[in-house]
Design a binder for this molecule. Sequence first.
Ligand code: PHE
Length: 453
Amino acid sequence: MAIAADRGAWGSRVGFILAAAGSAVGLGNIWGFPTQVGQGGGAAFVVVYLACISLICGPILIAELAIGRRSQRSPVAAFRVIRPGTPWWLAGALGVLAGVGILSFYSVIAGWTIGYIWFTVTGAVDGDPGAFFADFVSNAPLTVGLTALVMLITAGVILGGVRSGIERFTTTLMPLLIGLLLLLAIRSLTLPGASEGLAYYLRPDFSRMADLGVFNSALGQAFFSLSLGMGTMITYGSYLSRRTAIAGSALWVIALDTSIAFLAGLIIFPTGFSIPDFDPSTSGPGLIFTVLPRLFASMPGGALFGVAFFLLLSVAALTSAVSLLEVPVAHLIDVHGWPRTRAVIVVTAGTMLLAVPSALAGGAVDAFTRLPLLGTDFLTLMVTVWNNVALPLGGLLIALFVAYAWRVEEAVRELQVEGAWLPYPGLWGFLIRYVAPVGILVIIVVTIRALLG
Ligand code: PHE
């Protein structure tokens, strides 16, 4: 197994937390979370989501970081280093595939956000945002072109050293993004209709949970939002030094990621409900693109806020896209000894090919917009396959690996190295041994039964 001579390392603990948060915070928080809340029927989804984060995904985040730091390798190699000669590396291989699969639709949505910077500048969205969005996503040259632009920028960043660039980038822009979100939330909460939106978002209607699909979507969304289940955090953990306490850093990442998603909901739903006849469950992937322009229109200097918003969202999306591309690239370097440049070119080209049907799924090509038999569009199919199936499955394998192959005692020793802070190691062990795997399994079984029944 070839080992890259200089794998690099994070500059500091804060640098690592921000890089990991940069991967976690992205379209998943601001586009994905409100969209899923809308499709899942509101606050009931939020409750299930928070349970998934605290009981299942939080413990798995700590597990991934521990695997990465112990092995100092990207996913496939990491499993091989810790348990050589066993088939556990397949869990890493699933992650490498998921990196390509997720990036293939992620780059399409990131392309939309870049497009919207321009549309806000020119005022093109100002008339009827819904009609504008429908027109835009059915424009093949535009959506494919913007997707290609995102892939090229992402590849460029990965080619030229992720860490100094991205680490510095994220450190300055993340506080700006949070500041802007707070401002928009305040504006949104003072719109007429805000209270109806707030009730929808925060007052759970538990009868909604009879729709068991909510559990699977919430779990998939939680994995997606924290960049879990596909080895991103194993890879980022592999650049950690033994002096960085993992558990404390993980809590920071979870807190940042969850509060930014929560804020996005506080912006979208009060604004949405101030629009007559608004129905969050039918807006699908276009939700934020049709609702937010109305918020900006209601603010003095709104165009400026709009541009700043889509600019910051594009940056947040790019720092996540970079971490998605890094997993297959690091794999080809670590395991197959490829030079970085070749790995980047091959993975980027392959991902772009897979991205084309998603880019054409908004109306440009009928066959991708309404898939034969399934009835959904190609992009939604990708979201379901990768987020709702592949990531929870990857997470299940990671939890089982730590619990029964690597062993919790060994993992706890890694987490407590040099006296690092780990509150209640027994609790973490319990969650990773029983709660996380059983929780994921139950949700998978329930979903399959619901699909069959
Ligand atoms: N967490 C990112 C987001 O919320 C997406 C992502 C998923 C990044 C998986 C890396 C791995 O936008």
